[in-house]
Every structure is written in C-alpha cells, then in structure tokens.
Design a protein around this ligand. Structure first.
Ligand code: NAG
Ligand code: NAG
Ligand code: NAG
Length: 189
C-alpha cells in the first residue's frame, strides 16, 4: 500500500519518521482509507467500543488530585490494552460480534467467544500500523451505525455489524502514531 500522499499532510506532523521512533511505543490510531468518509479520523474509545472520529469517553474520580485530560485514546505497546492509570488496567479484545472492545475498569470480564488477540504493532516504513490478525482477519474495518458513527470491527465477513450489512463496512489501515506524553486517561468508559 502507498502512503505517499500522507507525507504532505500537516495533520500527521506528529508522526515521527521511522528512524526516530521507539520500536514498541504507546500509540494512538488514525484511520487511513483514501477517498472515503473515514480518511484521517482518530480512533476513539467510547462505551467499551471504538469509533472513528467523535470523542474519547473517559472518567476520573473526584478524589484523584491530578486527573489526566482523558481526551485522547492511547494503546499500550503492542496494542493489547489501553494506556490508563486505573488499577488493573483495561484490556483490548474483539467481542463475539467482531467489535473491537475494551474491558470496564475494575473488571477483567471478557465475554465468552471473544478473541484477546493476536493484536500487532508493526513498525513499518514510513508509518507504523496496528492490526488484529485473529480469526483470519486482515486488520480492521469501520461500519456505519444508526447514529451516524463509524464503529471499529475486526475485518471479518462474519461480523455482526450495527446496520446488519457487512458490505457497508470499509476496511482501513490503522496508522499507529507514537504517543510519548503522560498517561492520557484515568480510565476509558
Ligand atoms: C507507555 O506509557 C506508560 C505509562 O502508562 C509508561 O510507563 C511507559 O514507559 C510507556 N512506554 C513507552 C514504550 O514509552
Ligand atoms: C486534550 O486536552 C488537552 C488539555 O485540555 C489539550 O491540550 C489537548 O490539545 C487535547 N487533545 C486532544 C487530542 O483533543
Ligand atoms: C468468524 O469466523 C472465524 C473463522 O472461521 C471464527 O473463528 C470466528 O469465531 C467467527 N466469528 C464470529 C464473530 O462469528
């Protein structure tokens, strides 16, 4: 796949060239699918699922003195969990419908029939990528929802998608952008 067109994009100024990147960083994700409504959208955690565009949904208890901003969705190295403060962390998995999901804070509960991986961070040139390779999937796709959002699923034909028709989903490249700031959220919700 070619990403030449990306190089001119100011939006991606934060993505350092491969030579300056950590080999296994914390990272945020941006979708790439040219000439589509999901080109260059941030991947956001919300409602224990993930969406392209919109906003990150997070929470920080009032007794915490310095709450992180909680407005950015960041994965831990390898992409198997989220970068949070909450004790126990928050694990990432594919639910039995095929939806990219994360565990609730203070709970390790993952529904039976889910896949906890393999998730993969590939430090490709010039941009790193995030993918899910379980169930014969080739990464991720985004599916339209009834409330005009794009929900993230494993790219599998047998996913159960919000509007019922997998043909409406768009496969995309999940660009992984290094994140080296402070922990971005107490917990995602
Ligand atoms: C990822 O973020 C955590 C904080 O959540 C930090 O402790 C860790 O050093 C970071 N890892 C890398 C590779 O930067
Ligand atoms: C998140 O909030 C911080 C602090 O309010 C702000 O500086 C930052 O630009 C915001 N980031 C995003 C991705 O909106
Ligand atoms: C979809 O098919 C794969 C491969 O045959 C299978 O492993 C997986 O359990 C199925 N997933 C769903 C969501 O039906």
């Amino acid at each position: 796949m070619k990403y030449t067109a990306l190089l001119a994009l100011p939006l991606l100024a934060a993505a350092a060239p491969a030579s300056e990147r950590s080999t296994n960083p914390n990272f945020s994700v941006m979708s790439v699918r040219s000439a589509s409504p999901i080109h260059y959208l941030q991947m956001n955690a919300a409602g224990q699922k993930f969406y392209l565009g919109g906003e990150t949904a997070s929470y920080c208890p009032t007794q915490v003195t310095h709450c992180p901003p909680g407005n950015e969705t960041v994965f831990t190295p390898g992409g198997g969990s989220l970068d949070v403060n909450v004790p126990g962390g928050q694990q990432v998995y594919i639910d039995p419908h095929g939806a990219l999901s994360f565990t609730q804070a203070h709970s390790a509960n993952i529904p039976a029939g889910s896949a906890v991986g393999p998730f993969k961070y590939s430090p490709d040139e010039p941009w790193a990528h995030y993918s899910f390779n379980g169930w014969g999937a080739s990464g991720f796709m985004a599916c339209p929802t009834d409330d005009q959002r794009w929900q993230v699923f494993a790219a599998i034909n047998n996913a159960t998608v919000p509007k019922g028709d997998v043909d409406e989903c768009l496969g995309f490249s999940a660009l992984a952008i290094d994140y080296d700031g402070d922990v971005p959220a107490w917990q995602y919700i």
